[in-house]
Design a protein around this ligand. Structure first.
Ligand code: NAP
Length: 325
């Protein structure tokens, strides 16, 4: 089969389509013929040599896909050859085929085309496992999403609105903020021209928000703490603003704050299966009801993976970028 190989750590040009061996299918796995895969920011880090795949995972990038089941391991009962599915992967999505534990596979949500279904598994599992399973965001609470127009952000806005939260977003341009507003966000903050802490305070009567989903890390740590309400929860899922900072901890104690960070990729298959199961129970009905829609900015053929990475690193995109074998 063909797959995108990272020929050496480096810029987008190191991504090259090569002929490689078909993946093996273990007893608890499925083989999927890929219809589409979606980019994640982490793929660009893997390409640079900064985010190696976990032990045993495919060396090719790609953390989610959609497609048609081509083979079923002996121990798998739920799925059969020919089923249309999407899946959370530990790697290997940038290819014509991928094998994946059956517990990480989901049906294509009703009303979504097979190709667009590739845009959901990674963002849905990340947001649901952090903000809702660990962070218990509930109806009536306030929720700040940094990078509201990102792949993660577009999903987080829609599912949080569906769950009844009041949604605040930051983004770096008026075009991106308008997009977030159209998806249902209630408060839009241009982080390049406004102080998000001041706006959050102004919009919440000085209290702060209840939950923050943060992709920036170090550069926003103090300001995130300063933006949280009593019993507030900060979830860090990315370090686009670095991992090291100096912080005044007094707000943590005074307002009983919780700070948690979590990644998906290095979890065990059993742990991923629990999350995927919760996502199917709680998120898939919202997609089926049209309350959460896929947002695909652009699709590239697999052999243009380098161009797709360039687009992601330019941050011009809004929503998800797909690759189609
Ligand atoms: N922990 C996990 O398991 C997990 C899983 C998936 C994703 N992630 C992380 O989640 C983040 C988003 O991933 P993605 O795939 O959705 O990437 P993406 O679509 O490329 O989004 C990155 C976003 O960051 C925004 N941004 C950059 N600097 C910012 C700042 N100072 N303040 C606010 N927003 C800023 C960019 O928008 P602007 O143009 O508006 O700056 C862009 O929309 C990444 O950091 C990724 O590593 C983590």
């Amino acid at each position: 089969m063909k797959a995108v190989v990272i020929t050496s750590p480096g810029g987008p040009e190191v991504l090259q389509v090569q002929e490689v061996e078909n993946p093996k299918v273990e007893d608890d796995e499925l083989l999927i013929k890929i219809e589409a895969t979606a980019l994640n920011r982490a793929d660009t880090l893997q390409r640079k040599g900064l985010h190696p795949p976990p032990k045993g995972a495919s060396p090719y990038p790609g953390l989610e896909c959609s497609g048609i089941i081509e083979a079923v391991g002996k121990g798998v009962t739920r799925w059969k050859i020919g089923d249309q599915v999407c899946a959370l992967l530990s790697g290997g999505g940038y290819a014509e085929k991928v094998s994946v534990p059956a517990g990480q596979v989901l049906p294509v949500p009703p009303g979504v085309c097979l190709k667009d279904a590739a845009s959901f598994p990674e963002v849905a599992c990340t947001v649901w496992s952090t903000v809702f399973m660990m962070g218990r965001l509930s109806a009536g609470e306030t929720f700040l999403i940094h990078g509201g127009s990102s792949g993660i952000g577009m999903f987080a806005i829609q599912i949080a609105k569906h769950q009844g939260a009041k949604v605040f977003v930051t983004a770096g341009s008026e075009e991106k903020l308008t997009f977030c507003k159209n998806l249902g966000a209630d408060v839009w903050i241009n982080y390049k021209t406004e102080d998000f802490v001041a706006r959050v305070k102004e919009e919440t009567g000085g209290k702060g928000v209840d939950v923050i989903l943060d992709n920036i890390g170090g550069a926003y740590f103090q300001r995130n703490i300063d933006s949280l309400n009593v019993d507030g929860r900060l979830f860090i899922i990315g370090f686009q603003g670095g991992t090291v900072t100096e912080v005044n901890l007094s707000g943590l104690l005074a307002r009983r704050l919780t700070v948690q960070a979590a990644g998906l990729r290095n979890r065990t298959p059993e742990n991923k299966a629990v999350i995927v199961n919760e996502v199917e129970k709680n998120v898939w009905p919202a997609i089926a009801a049209g309350k959460v829609k896929p947002v695909v900015y652009k699709s590239f053929p697999l052999f243009e993976a380098a161009e797709a990475h360039q687009l992601m690193e330019s941050s011009k995109h809004i929503g998800k970028i797909l690759l189609v074998p």
